[in-house]
Structure formats: structure tokens, C-alpha cells
Design a protein around this ligand. Structure first.
Ligand code: NCD
Length: 297
């Protein structure tokens, strides 16, 4: 039995074949419509979600399976004080696979220790979001034709943003160069910079979302400032609007650059970017369906 707790649970070969499978599912969905017949996916979401939960559920339905679960901890027994360990023991009796999102870092890992069925981490606090990474990698591959040797600029909340943490780790297989664009309060945590150093990954930290940085990028990965992770809301107010991408800022960017964002956006990308062919975030969300179908398969 395999779990998906962080992106390095997959080897480079497994990631490549997963992306290949996602692509085959995209081009011939009917061929996969019975793969999960009579199987059940439980979505255990202790934190808000739109895309992740709905695309996991749609993915399971597209594979001929069924879904059950809860969209918030308030309607589960967690609100009565039940532990994750007890919940997963019980859900193991009802379902064949679980996608779990939890505000506490490590909760899906803990669940996996007690589970009799595979657990997919659908986001744990500010830590990891590996299924998002598979759709991000698929989006990068589809738009760049390769995952290798790319310059990836991550912008915004690099401290609390779990999507950038997971993407950084998975990209270690593919010789990336990173620009980390963030204010002092929201820098990429030291453990991820150590990870880069250990893996020989080049990175540059800057507070300026400058034309130089934009114009050398193959991928610009925008993120939302994660309001729910701040203990000091005054600090959130100070930093929430520091980085905004406007259409005119892309004038001299590479023709092949693509703008990614895990969504939801709350102002990091101005709406005038949406019609630019370099904007890819809604297609990225669509790719979530194929990537999650491949993960379930
Ligand atoms: C992200 C998340 O939940 O970490 N959203 C998502 O899963 N698509 C990013 C975010 O909430 O800002």
C-alpha cells in the first residue's frame, strides 16, 4: 500500500509516468471510466477547499467510482474531539482511498500510520500539498515541453504557502533555477533553502518583483498570502498587497512564459492578465482533474 504525503514519496520515474498517465486520461477519458468501479474515495476536509476537494471527487466519479466524506471539520466528529487516528481507523472500514486536508502539519502522515487504505495528503497546514504539485508539474510540462532546466519564479507567501514548498521539492529532480520573490516576513523557510543547497539547486532571493526577474522566467508561480496562518492580523494587513502582477509587467517577458497560481487569488494577479495567452491558471485548475485521476489510478 502506498500513501502520498509529500512529493518525494514519488521517484522521478514515477512522476514522469504519472504525468504521462494524466495526459492519456486527458486525451481518452472513456478508456479510464471504469478503472475505479465499485471503489469509494473519502474526502476528509478539515479546512476550506474548492478546487482540491471538488476535483478529487470529480476525478473519482470520472473513473467510475463513488465519493463520500465531509467538507469541514464542523460537520465531522472532530468537532466532538475525535482524533485523526480514530477517524481514519473508522473511515478505513467504509472507503478504499482517502484524500485528507488538515490545518495541522503532519496530520495526514499521522493518519497514514493508522490507516488500512491509502491516504493522500490534500494539504497539511503550511507544510505540503503534493497532489497540487502533480498538476503543477503537468501544467509546466504541457506548456514548456519539458520539466528540465527551467527558471521558476515563486512570488508572494513563500513562508506559509504549502504549494510552493511541495513544488520546490519535486522540481529537485529536474535541475531548476528558482527566484524567490517575497517580503522579509514571508521568505522561503530556511529548511527549504537548505534542501536546495543539499540538492545543488540554484536560487536567488529578492524583495523586488523586477522586470529582470520577470523577463528571465519560464514560469511565474504567484501565490495568495495565507491569511489563515497569521497569528498577528496586523502583520497580514501590512504584507497582503505587496506583490501584484499586472498585464503590462509581462510586455517584455519570454513569449513562452506561463503564469501559474494554485488559486484562489485575492488580488495577486490583476484581471487584465486573464486574457493574456501567458495566463495559464484556469487551465492549471482543469489539469487538476487529470492529475488527480492519475494519482487515484
Ligand atoms: C492552495 C492551498 O489550499 O494550499 N489552494 C489549492 O489547493 N488550490 C493555495 C491557497 O489556498 O492559497
Amino acid at each position: 500500500m502506498r500513501h502520498l504525503i509529500d512529493p518525494l514519496d514519488f521517484s522521478q520515474e514515477e512522476i514522469t509516468s504519472l504525468l504521462d498517465l494524466a495526459d492519456r486520461i486527458r486525451s481518452d477519458p472513456a478508456a479510464y471510466q471504469d478503472v475505479a468501479a465499485h471503489k469509494k474515495l473519502a474526502t476528509l476536509f478539515y479546512e476550506p477547499s474548492t478546487r482540491t476537494r471538488l476535483s478529487f471527487e470529480a476525478a473519482m466519479l470520472n473513473l467510475g467510482g463513488h465519493v463520500l466524506g465531509f467538507p469541514s471539520e464542523t460537520v465531522s466528529s472532530a468537532s466532538k474531539g475525535e482524533s485523526v487516528a480514530d477517524t481514519i481507523r473508522v473511515v478505513s472500514c467504509y472507503a478504499d482511498i482517502v484524500a485528507m486536508r488538515h490545518p495541522k502539519e503532519g496530520a495526514p502522515f499521522r493518519a497514514s500510520r493508522y490507516s488500512r487504505i491509502p491516504v493522500i495528503n490534500a494539504g497539511d497546514g503550511a507544510n505540503q500539498h503534493p497532489s497540487q504539485t502533480m498538476l503543477d508539474l503537468y501544467s509546466i510540462y504541457k506548456t514548456q515541453g519539458t520539466l528540465r532546466d527551467l527558471t521558476i519564479t515563486m512570488v508572494g507567501d513563500l513562508k506559509y504557502g504549502r504549494t510552493v514548498h511541495s513544488l520546490l521539492m519535486a522540481m529537485s529532480y529536474f535541475n531548476p533555477t528558482f527566484n524567490f520573490v517575497a517580503c522579509n516576513e514571508l521568505q522561503m523557510p530556511q529548511e527549504y533553502k537548505d534542501f536546495c543547497n543539499e540538492h545543488g539547486i540554484r536560487y536567488r532571493e529578492t524583495r523586488e518583483f523586477s522586470p529582470d526577474v520577470i523577463n528571465e522566467s519560464d514560469i511565474i508561480y504567484m501565490t495568495r498570502v495565507q491569511r489563515e496562518r497569521f497569528s498577528d492580523l496586523e502583520e497580514y494587513e501590512r504584507v497582503k498587497n505587496l506583490y501584484n502582477l499586472h498585464n503590462s509587467m509581462l510586455d517584455d517577458s519570454k513569449p513562452t512564459v506561463r503564469i501559474l497560481h494554485p488559486l484562489p487569488r485575492v488580488g495577486e494577479i490583476s484581471q487584465d492578465v486573464d486574457d493574456n495567452p501567458k495566463a495559464y491558471y484556469f487551465q492549471q485548475a482543469q489539469n487538476g482533474l487529470y492529475a488527480r485521476q492519475a494519482i487515484i489510478c
